[in-house]
Design a protein around this ligand. Structure first.
Ligand code: SF4
Length: 451
């Protein structure tokens, strides 16, 4: 064990109340009506619009933008919900700069895309402000019951689509609150005013969905029992485990899982109560790494560094997310992997990193090292499925590369079980992709139950 003697500087209340309020205010405030109108008028309403092709849920983007420009935001929202019932959250968290806005002809021609995400938020926020229920009504009851496990984006989208078809849904979730990563995992400044909870209430307003929180698969709920009690099962269980660094001192105080800290931050009533280090090092290169780095900076950390083992172009965090990190004062150190966690008196105090290089496609350490002082070290090196949660079904569900195997209809290897979202193999780990999985699975389940 490596030890030295500097006291950690970790404490709450680093900022004033007004600083916390400013730092955690809405990242992209809602467009005013005249701003939305001007922005909508920039759209060319393209035939064969590339933005639609780039949207994982195939929202008719030119149509909803035209409805905004003609003064019909309610109809615009309905166009969005027809493809994506979680259109409000997706408007907030979709990496539009790598999806619809990247291929927008105005981006290609002049480097300034139509602000599709902000227009989507304008329409959906208008809708939710004016009515509390989804714009759909349930068909006649079918008498079929479906268990949906996981009340995150995939489970909610699946449950809503099945409820519309007249099926009855029991929606299980391990947490106290529904919403999954929308409730516990999104950076606070992307989802203010309790939006995730309001959107869940909106989705459940369709009726026919019974929410059962505090129900953890593999503990209080068993897959084998669900398969006998329901006509079909959908698994949208996400990834419950967190990857480890595999280093000595990983269990020391101050070495934390980024997802746990973000969840605590999202549920905090008062940011001033959250202890944060003066010097923070984040290990990882994805969205979670950026989210934790930016948020610790916004909580008052003085010196925050993301250490990533490859080049910046290989980071899973989008260019915009990287820009967001850097404009908030976060340093991004590339080609550096953690070698040693240095601790003193039971608490981390520094990270020794080894420089890396690409050697014909293989990542290799160069032997050169550098040391960053750290009062807190966050692990943001990915999450993993917990296969034990799926035990008890015979035969066992097929898992490859740590994810559930599904076909194009999101059917698993078990005839009566479908799955979607982060827990399945081949997905994009995006909220919008999870919604699409839920939609596709619901259509397949409905077809199977109607046969
Ligand atoms: Fe409008 Fe851009 Fe989509 Fe064309 S590509 S329809 S300009 S948003």
């Amino acid at each position: 064990m490596t030890e030295s003697n500097t006291a950690p500087d970790v404490k709450p209340g680093r900022l004033s109340a007004s600083e916390y309020e400013r730092n955690f205010s809405d990242l992209h405030p809602l467009l005013a009506p005249h701003e939305a109108s001007v922005e909508a008028d920039r759209c060319y309403f393209c035939y064969d619009a590339p933005c639609v092709q780039a949207c994982p849920t195939s929202i008719d983007i030119p149509q909803f933008i035209r409805q905004i420009s003609t003064g019909n935001p309610t109809g615009s929202a309905k166009t969005i919900y027809d493809q994506n019932i979680l259109g409000g959250m997706c408007a907030r968290v979709c990496p539009t700069e790598t999806l619809c806005e990247q291929v927008c002809v105005r981006e290609v021609a002049e480097g300034k895309p139509v602000k599709i995400g902000q227009l989507q938020r304008y329409a959906t926020d208008h809708f939710m402000a004016s009515r509390e229920t989804t714009p759909y009504t349930r068909k006649s009851p079918t008498g079929k019951k479906v268990a949906v496990v996981g009340a995150g984006p995939a489970g909610l989208a699946c449950a809503h689509a099945l409820a519309v078809e007249g099926h009855d849904i029991d929606l299980f979730d391990a947490n106290e609150k529904p919403g999954g990563l929308n409730e516990y995992g999104i950076a606070s400044y992307k989802s203010v005013d309790n939006f995730a909870a309001r959107e869940v209430a909106f989705v459940l307003s369709i009726g026919g969905i019974t929410l059962k929180t505090g129900s953890k698969l593999g503990e209080t709920v068993q897959l084998s029992e669900l398969r006998t009690q329901y006509d079909a099962v959908f698994l949208g269980i996400g990834l419950g485990g967190v990857n480890a660094l595999g280093l000595e001192n990983e269990a020391k105080d101050g070495v934390l899982d980024a997802v746990d800290f973000i969840a605590g931050l999202r549920q905090a009533d008062d940011y001033a109560t959250l202890p944060v280090g003066r010097k923070v090092v984040v290990i990882g290169g994805g969205m979670t790494a950026v989210d934790i780095a930016v948020q610790t900076k916004l909580l008052g950390a003085e010196d925050v560094t993301i250490a990533y083992r490859r080049g910046q172009e290989r980071m899973n965090a989008s260019e915009y997310e990287q820009y967001l990190a850097q404009t908030n004062g976060v340093k991004i150190l590339t080609w550096a992997q953690p070698k040693t966690l240095i601790a003193s008196n039971g608490h981390v105090e520094a990270v020794e990193l080894e420089r890396t290089q690409d050697d014909n496609g293989q990542l290799k350490g160069t032997g050169e090292t550098l040391t960053l002082e750290a009062d807190m070290v966050f692990k943001a090196v990915g999450q993993a499925l917990v296969p034990a949660d799926l035990n008890g079904s015979s035969p066992n569900i097929r898992i490859e590369k740590g994810r559930i195997v599904v076909d194009a209809d999101r059917k698993t290897s078990l005839a009566d079980v479908w799955a979607g979202g982060d827990c399945v193999l081949g997905g994009d780990d995006l909220t919008v992709a999870a919604v699409e999985d839920g939609k596709i699975a619901a259509a397949s389940i409905h077809s199977a139950l109607s046969a």
